[in-house]
Design a protein around this ligand. Structure first.
Ligand code: F6R
Length: 579
């Protein structure tokens, strides 16, 4: 959601900023803009609604070696050229780009208007430029220090002004990363635009103001200059490139076998909080919530440790009694609802654990302990490899807590995933791509997989898809079954096999075409199914992984057959940093 990039150095800034913004496109946006400072120190700006590719050349032509840019995801004011960032003060001497939301902007705007300021846009951001205008006398850092206490809400800000040769960056509840080059300094809302230029990065903390010059960055918290660690990032530039694949999503699905192995190997022990806990609560959103649901089934079954599951967006507003370990799962580490839920858990004095893919992300600063996945950058909006990496972390935790019961299985699981990547799903795709509605059903951990399969299908193919616990279908959704509403059923061997077969037969009796995912060689089951996808033999964890990958591929191939914009589905943002 929204992205910002800044550069100050010896090269022309605008092309670097525009390239950086392109790397942030995956976060979702509706308009973009760049401001660069000319050698005569005046600021020029180019901004417009629409895709960067439609105006890349014009935006890159701005002159100067210092620049800031923005991809906007409209919150205050419709997407149009005027509301696109950067925003200016009345005299166009100060330019601001902003991620986040200024909650008290209406009140601030009223005051500014009454003092004679004239506004060009409907955005909350523009108040920042006008507030700066009132106090700026040539020292932009001083001006920022004076106005930031007036803002409430969240922000990652980059600001430039005529008469000051520094970029000032500030952060509050919205991520901001600095990149250190040689004689160049970069800033961005996440690491991806910086990977082309440097592996040395610094993650700002809430309340930080950074003063950026080509040779250094000084960071202040309040009146005190502070030291923030410069981290060496081992994500490669190639990780963030499509590398011959038609879409990032497909590339990321194919990366899963090694992502799973790398992550499993990296989780060598269980954090203290988890090792000690008698019960845990997971807070998460979307795909990460589904990972938490798989964890619940696996941990309760293997270790008899009860696990509660809460949506981040719900937990924040209600106060269920909570005393146990609270685990926040968030691949980006920036999902506002999950962060809010974890903060609330902390306020209840609960121990907290974060599971995330992003070093230095906000969740790592909230939680007491953090476990990292090793997925590398995930560019496609639809989460795939990060889900598998979340499962890897959680499965390895279950394995450790159970005394290594699943070691053999999880260390060979990458091979099972590799085999699934080779399956031909064309008949299943044909069954799905003409449908308006699809149900995905399973039981136990496969219910969580069904929910995730339905989420993938709906977000990238735009076909309405619902995940259901198989046993619940007859408590209502039966009314919707018809020859035009296929069901995708996960029916693996195990304790729920018999009842799943009955469920499938019941659905078939309503004329519903059923795509069944089951064990290879199960001829009886294959005979009931309209389309049968047989998987290699494996343990429960391998089955969870394999069925997940089948459903990811089914969603991908279905969406591709419909010509969808798979990596950037409509209305969606990669990282949901507002509540
Ligand atoms: C779906 C998807 C979203 C995210 C959700 C949470 O494909 O990507 O549902 O899973 O927005 O994101 P994180 O894990 O970053 O907290």
């Amino acid at each position: 959601m929204c992205g910002i990039v800044g550069y100050t150095g010896y090269r022309p800034a605008a092309p670097i900023v525009v390239e950086g913004l392109k790397k942030l496109e995956y976060r979702g946006y509706d308009s973009f803009g760049v401001a660069a400072k000319n050698n005569d120190m005046s600021i020029d700006c180019y901004k417009r609604q629409g895709r960067i590719s439609e105006a890349e050349k014009a935006a890159s032509m701005l002159k100067g070696t210092m620049g800031i840019g923005h991809t906007r995801w409209a919150t205050h004011g419709v997407p149009n050229d005027v509301n696109a960032h950067p925003h200016y003060d009345c005299r166009k001497r100060i330019a601001v780009v902003h991620n986040g939301i200024i909650e008290n902007y209406a009140e601030l705007k009223r005051g500014l208007v009454s003092r004679g300021h004239s506004f060009s846009s409907d955005t909350d951001t523009e108040v920042i430029a006008h507030l700066l205008e009132e106090v700026y006398t040539g020292d932009l850092f001083k001006a920022m220090k004076a106005i930031l206490p007036k803002l409430s809400g969240s922000y990652a800000l980059l600001v430039m002004a005529e008469g000051d040769d520094r970029i000032i960056a500030a952060r509050e509840s919205s991520p901001l990363v600095l990149g250190f080059g040689d004689g160049e300094m970069f800033a961005a809302s996440d690491m991806t635009p910086l990977l082309d230029h440097t592996e040395r990065m610094m993650f700002l903390e809430d309340g930080d103001i950074a003063v950026l010059s080509p040779d250094n960055a000084r960071v202040f918290s309040g009146d005190t200059e502070v030291t923030r660690k410069v981290e060496l990032i081992d994500w490669s530039v190639g990780d963030a490139k499509r590398g011959g694949f038609k879409h990032f999503m497909l590339k990321e699905i194919y990366e899963q076998p090694h992502v799973f192995s790398d992550t499993i190997r990296s989780v060598e022990t269980v954090p203290d909080g988890l090792a000690r806990c008698k019960g845990a609560m997971v807070v998460a959103c979307g795909t990460s919530y589904h990972a938490g649901m798989v964890f619940k089934y696996l941990l309760e079954e293997a270790c008899h440790i009860p696990v509660r599951l809460e949506l981040g967006s719900e937990f924040k507003y209600f106060t269920p009694p909570v005393t146990e370990l609270v685990i926040g799962i968030t691949q980006s580490g920036e999902t506002a609802d999950t962060l809010a839920a974890l903060k609330k858990a902390k306020a209840h004095n609960c121990p907290t654990l974060a599971i995330t893919n992003v070093l230095g992300s906000t969740v790592t600063r909230i939680a007491d302990e953090t476990l990292y996945m090793r997925a590398g950058p995930e560019i496609s909006v639809a989460a795939t490899k990060s889900f598998i990496a979340e499962l890897a972390v959680l499965m390895q935790c279950v394995n450790h807590l159970s005394g290594g019961k699943f070691s053999e299985e999880i260390f060979r699981a990458n091979r099972a995933v590799e085999e699934v990547l080779l399956l031909d799903l064309s008949t299943a795709v044909q069954t799905c791509n003409g449908a308006d509605h699809i149900f995905f059903v399973g039981r136990g951990p496969f219910y969580a997989v069904a929910l995730e399969g339905a989420l993938k299908m709906k977000e990238i193919s735009y076909i309405h898809a619902e995940g259901y616990a198989a046993g619940e279908i007859k408590h209502g959704p039966f009314a919707l079954l018809s020859p035009k509403t296929p069901v995708v059923a996960i029916c693996m061997p195990g304790s729920t096999y018999g009842v799943m077969v009955s469920n499938i037969k019941e659905m078939k009796a309503r004329g519903t075409p059923v795509v069944v995912i089951g064990a290879g060689g199960d001829d009886e089951l294959a005979a009931i199914a309209d389309v049968y996808i047989g998987l290699p033999k494996g343990g429960l964890m391998e089955e969870v992984l394999m069925t997940t990958v089948v459903l990811q591929l089914l969603a991908y191939r279905t969406a591709d057959s419909l010509g969808r914009d798979i990596d950037k589905p409509r209305n969606l943002a990669k990282s949901v940093t507002v509540e």
